[in-house]
Structure formats: structure tokens, C-alpha cells
Write a protein of this length. Structure first.
Length: 223
């Protein structure tokens, strides 16, 4: 690797979220050098000589990325990428290899890899790629937490409030909802107010967005 040319421009935006970079490479010298590079910009780094050691390591729910060598001793990094895709482990992958070719890089990128580097690579290119991967994973976690919060609010609704919400988000007015549910308009209005309050919805449009986020459609069907 070449000498470091500067800090990755976006590392600081995710550093405060306890981000972590996992490095999987059976070359001890490369693991040591790459870990030193990443730690020089304040990142937490965990290194592994095999994919199995990486899988066995307990991982915090924090922004992360995996820097993975394509050719590991006795195994294929591309095959491991496919294995990861079949699990619940959602992590951006940056590939590196000393024997890269166009076909290999295309296959990796089509399978979801963010970047593919041939050794030796420029330090700054790797730093930028890792920063991009961490920022992307931070956005994913934020989105998942937001959805979980909305779902938690939805679960606080009574079954009747959930019904009212489902009618509201498809555009029915109070009078129509009352007829559909065989309730008085006053009762519907009260339930609707509770729905807006419990869902922390600022408007009907906001309520619709939240319903879409958790996959709740008409008649309580999960989309």
C-alpha cells in the first residue's frame, strides 16, 4: 500500500456512532498494515485470518463494513459473499485482491460489493471506500430504527384504532369510515385522534408514510 495521502473525507460523520471495520485476509502483514491505516483516522478495526473467525465474532449493532480478500486460504471470498447474502448479516463489503481480474470484480459488484481493489492500492482510495461504506450502513441502521419505532407505535393501537388507521390511510373520510365500521362519526373521530396521537403523526400524509414504512395496508393486511 502507498503512504497515506490524507483522511477520508467522510469518516468523521460516522465515527461518533461507534463504527467498526472488519478486515478478513489470511495475509498477516496485510491485516496489520490495513488495520494501522484505518486506525490512523480513528476507526475501530477488528481483523481476522478467516471468514469463519469473522462469523464467530460477536458484532455490535453499529455501522460497519467488511474489507474482504477475494482469495483466502482454502476458501473463496466471493463464495463467502454469497453466504453472507443468505444470512441476516447485512454489511457493506469492500473487496481486495492481489490477483484481480475484470470478470471477478464484475461478479463481486453485481453481488452487492461496494468496491473492488487490486493490491497494491492507494491508501486514500481505501479510506474513501470504507468511509462511504460506513456512511451507507449508518443510514441503513437509522432507517431500520425509524421503522422499528413506527411499528412499536402501531402495536400500541387497539384493534379498532388499527382498523380506523387502515381506513384513514386509504383516503376514507370519517363519515365513510363510520359507515364501513358501523360506528358513529363521533366515535370514529375520537379513534382517529388517538391514532394520530399514538402514531405521532403530524398529518394524514405523515400517517400514510408511516403506514407504508411498516407495510400496513387496507384491512390490516401486511404488504
Amino acid at each position: 500500500m502507498e503512504s497515506q495521502l490524507g483522511l477520508a473525507t467522510t469518516v468523521g460523520t460516522v465515527q461518533g456512532l461507534s463504527s467498526v471495520v472488519y478486515v478478513v485476509d489470511d495475509d498477516e502483514a496485510m491485516r496489520t498494515a490495513l488495520a494501522a491505516l484505518l486506525r490512523s483516522v480513528g476507526l475501530r478495526v477488528e481483523t481476522f485470518a478467516s471468514s469463519r473467525a469473522f462469523l464467530d465474532y460477536p458484532k455490535p449493532n453499529a455501522p460497519a463494513c467488511l474489507v474482504l480478500d477475494v482469495r483466502l486460504r482454502g476458501e473463496s471470498g466471493l463464495a463467502f459473499q454469497e453466504e453472507i447474502a443468505r444470512t441476516d448479516l447485512r454489511i457493506p463489503i469492500v473487496f481486495m485482491t492481489g490477483h484481480g481480474d475484470i470478470e471477478m470484480s464484475v461478479k463481486a459488484m453485481k453481488a452487492g460489493a461496494l468496491d473492488f481493489f487490486t493490491k497494491p492500492f492507494r491508501d486514500q482510495d481505501m479510506l474513501d471506500a470504507v468511509a462511504h461504506a460506513l456512511a451507507q450502513d449508518a443510514k441503513r441502521i437509522d432507517a431500520e430504527l425509524a421503522v422499528a419505532s413506527v411499528r412499536s407505535c402501531y402495536e400500541t393501537l387497539t384493534p379498532r384504532e388499527q382498523q380506523v388507521m387502515e381506513h384513514v390511510v386509504v383516503g376514507l373520510m370519517n363519515k365513510q369510515i363510520a359507515a364501513e365500521m358501523k360506528l358513529s362519526e363521533i366515535t370514529v373521530k375520537i379513534h382517529r385522534g388517538q391514532v394520530m396521537k399514538k402514531m405521532a403523526a403530524r398529518s394524514v400524509a405523515d400517517l400514510v408514510r408511516k403506514a407504508e414504512a411498516i407495510g400496513v395496508g387496507a384491512r390490516g393486511e401486511r404488504l
